[in-house]
Design a protein around this ligand. Sequence first.
Ligand SMILES: Nc1ncnc2c1ncn2[C@@H]1O[C@H](COP(=O)(O)OP(=O)(O)OP(=O)(O)O)[C@@H](O)[C@H]1O
Ligand SMILES: [Mg+2]
Length: 285
Amino acid sequence: MENQMIRAKEVVFRYAEDGRAALDGISMGVRRGEFVAVLGANGCGKSTLAKHFNAILLPEQGEVYVEQYNTREEDHLYDIRQRVGMVFQNPDNQIVATVVEEDVAFALENLGVPPDEMRGRVDEAMEMAGIYKHREKAPHKLSGGQKQRVAIAGVIAMRPDCLVMDESTAMLDPIGREKVMRTVKRLNTEYGITVVMITHYMEEAVQADRVIVMSRGRIELEGTPKEVFRDSARIRALKLDVPQAKELCDLLREAGVDLPQDVISAEECAKALAALLAGTAQAKK
Ligand SMILES: Nc1ncnc2c1ncn2[C@@H]1O[C@H](COP(=O)(O)OP(=O)(O)OP(=O)(O)O)[C@@H](O)[C@H]1O
Ligand SMILES: [Mg+2]
């Protein structure tokens, strides 16, 4: 248990007393230093679960621990929020200042961190998120991906142990998405920051150490990307829609899998991906 960053035990959560459970008995853990991707159809409870990881929401039943702290312990709310930082979907909603470095400094300023220490932490966070060269720019002049990295820097400046990204790449173009993904991977591998990445993008999920697939408030599947994507029945459990399937096809083609140009069904995609991960795909040269 020592190396657990986050633990959820039998968590049940309902938004309305008489409503259906958005989380219906979730037990899971995230190890320190791990990169976990969370997948699942719209409305299956991913964001609800993420909000339990830094005490934005508290379980109706069950417990959530961030390291040794139960998220119900109000006395430790600061310890919990300092350890687990959240990055959301829309970068525009997360940016508050008119200059990048001021935005990154915002939370630290509110915490009363002394100015000389703040300078160092802000510079370090901007370096880590790869936006140092944009530090004097106006955030609204940056691309979506750059803005999202400003938001990441703002969280990193708090020196969290864990970053929870709730579809933080969903509104970005492919280049912005790729850069954010690379930044997050680097924060994980070079700086040891634990990452929980909620995403609809398969190319992001396959880069994780572990993939958790949710369905209707429960964990449906869990394992390494290879294990989870091994067979097509499992992929079908992901309930890919056609745009996702199309994207997966494009990805597979890029990876050298020889697919006919008109394959876009989720099922055909699933088969091709399973073949790729099983190492049996025919590489195209
Ligand atoms: N503030 C809320 N009030 C009432 N019900 C909510 C609220 N937020 C979410 N829900 C419901 O809880 C369930 C889980 O929602 P949640 O947002 O966690 O799903 P999600 O997996 O993040 O979906 P998406 O992929 O669309 O982001 C859904 O049925 C949703 O309609
Ligand atoms: Mg969500």
